[in-house]
Design a protein around this ligand. Sequence first.
Ligand code: PGA
Length: 258
Amino acid sequence: MKSKLVIGNWKMNLTFEEADDLLNALQEGLADYNLQTEVVVCPPYPYLELATDLAEESNFYAGAQNCSQFNNGAYTGEVSAPMLSALGVEFCIVGHSERRKYFNESNEVIAQKVDRLMEQQLIPVVCCGETLEERKADKHFEVVEKQIKETLFHLKKEDFEHVVIAYEPVWAIGTGETATPAQAVEMHKFIRSLVEKKYGTEIAYNTYILYGGSCNAKNAIDLFANEDIDGGLIGGASLKSGDFITIIEAAETTTKEN
Ligand code: PGA
């Protein structure tokens, strides 16, 4: 089985001191592992430099939670992909459902953000996922297909190869309600089949498709045990170093077992 990818999305949490403590705890906690799993930590912007500095001498990479669809100019409050790149950031989450919901981000804007990240050789972690209403109405495949096609399928093959996809059912985010491994696998297989149709079998196999939504230290192993689940995008459980490291251990164990 290919190695897994585990990404911590801190969202808008932690003071500067707490962020510093958590990054140091992760550095120390992961130092003795010879990890196959790739680990990414995505703190809020003001803590990114702390993260990129530590990442240089640690077993993890630094990622951002968002970026602007523009490179520079009069866009008050925004942070661009070139700025992230200059800081040493290597990954960036885009299209998270919280950004879609609270900041009205459309698939079109998310596609532009993906392009800005690609121009800087940053890896976009592109989120997709349906709401509870959409799942109840049996529209989840349709919704996810539209999100994937409109945010990613304009990319050339050589660019698409660097993209990470995160399937995050909105009803599972921060709710304590996780998708069952069967529900996650069904959607991951569906997403992989879309990628296969567009970009071919090899790229489909190599594409990382992460699960996110109340993935925690207890349930990670059952989710990661499935070969279609290439790791996790972890919110709440990434704020505690012990829990996050247990999730990384689950990724290691399931990679070795398969
Ligand atoms: P959660 O968040 O793990 O707290 O549910 C996941 C995410 O939104 O990325």
